[in-house]
Design a protein around this ligand. Structure first.
Ligand code: HXC
Length: 259
């Protein structure tokens, strides 16, 4: 997403916990020619996030957009979770997003500037939730509630708040944590009607659109980008997996003839 923003001419500030990763990423981002700065911060620390925003405003002169993308997740049977494990994820996902949003929103409101916020959630933030990722499901559901609550409350200040719910977009960090073996990955693919994982460029394009001046009237929206995976719960969707499409069509014809 940062690459796409920079490629389109935006100055970009990136933040994360690990200095080395930030330095490497900044070097790559600078190839696009816009101004890039990095800030080492743990989004769980409200005061440190506040200091980071002060530095960003000092370095760039102003700030117009925020993407809350920091997340944490692990697979765990919920009965085996410790309170510390639950807290660790909810602190990153929900409190981290709140901390950044609260500082950024206050800056915009005090400076009478318009701006926009994009929260990266998940497809399981609403509807079914998800087994084995309880802290993430709870944290992301909170971020989605924050998206819609603030979109209304801060609409009067011309602050837009939207969300993206990505399906599976392979990254090393997420994949090594979420798929214990290739077998899981293969099974997962069967749920996706487009039979492929997402391409990072597709996610970046959507983020750029929502962050841009091309979407000034969109707020409070959560856009799903998952190749149709979220629809896999449709009541009769499963019959496609019982036999091939051509055999199914023959079976449908037989059913019709029987009437
Ligand atoms: C059970 C676990 C655990 C695991 C940690 N804990 N990993 N419990 N199973 N696999 C527990 C610890 O025992 C501890 O509990 C508590 O969580 C805090 O652990 P720390 O290691 O001290 O936490 P911390 O250093 O804050 O690390 C945070 C982390 C870590 C999230 C746990 O994994 C991390 O930094 N991850 C990097 C970010 C990340 O996960 N990215 C992937 C996001 S993918 P006690 O009881 O001892 O306190 C994503 C996409 C989803 O979100 C979409 C899927 C398709």
């Amino acid at each position: 997403m940062a690459h796409k923003f920079a490629e389109l001419g935006a100055d970009v500030a990136i933040c994360g916990r690990t200095e080395k990763k930030l330095i490497d990423a900044s070097e790559k981002l600078r190839q696009h020619g816009s101004k890039i700065h990095w800030y080492a911060v743990d989004v769980r620390d409200y005061d440190a996030v506040g200091e980071m925003f002060n530095k960003i405003i000092n370095d760039f002169g102003s700030i117009t957009g925020l993407v809350n993308n920091a997340a944490g997740n692990f697979l765990c049977a919920s009965e085996d979770l410790t309170p510390g494990g639950f807290k660790s994820i909810v602190d990153i996902v929900l409190f981290g997003s709140f901390n950044c949003t609260h500082h950024f929103g206050n800056y915009l409101i005090k400076q009478k500037k318009k701006g926009n916020i994009l929260n990266i959630v998940t497809t399981y933030a609403e509807d079914a939730g998800s087994a084995f990722v309880l802290p993430s499901a709870c944290g992301k559901a909170g971020v989605l509630a924050m998206t819609r609550s603030l979109a209304y409350e801060w609409g009067t200040y011309e602050i837009r708040v939207n969300a993206i719910a990505p399906g599976p977009f392979p990254t090393e960090g997420a994949w090594t944590r979420l798929f214990p073996s290739k077998k899981f990955e293969k099974k997962y693919l069967e749920k996706i009607p487009s039979a492929r994982y997402g391409d990072q460029e597709e996610l970046a394009n959507l983020a750029a659109f929502l962050m841009s001046d091309m979407a000034p009237y969109i707020t409070g929206e959560c856009v799903t980008i998952d190749g149709g995976e979220k629809l896999s719960g449709g009541q009769f969707n499963f019959i496609d997996s019982v036999m091939s499409r051509s055999k199914l069509k023959m079976a449908f014809k037989l059913l019709k003839l029987k009437k």
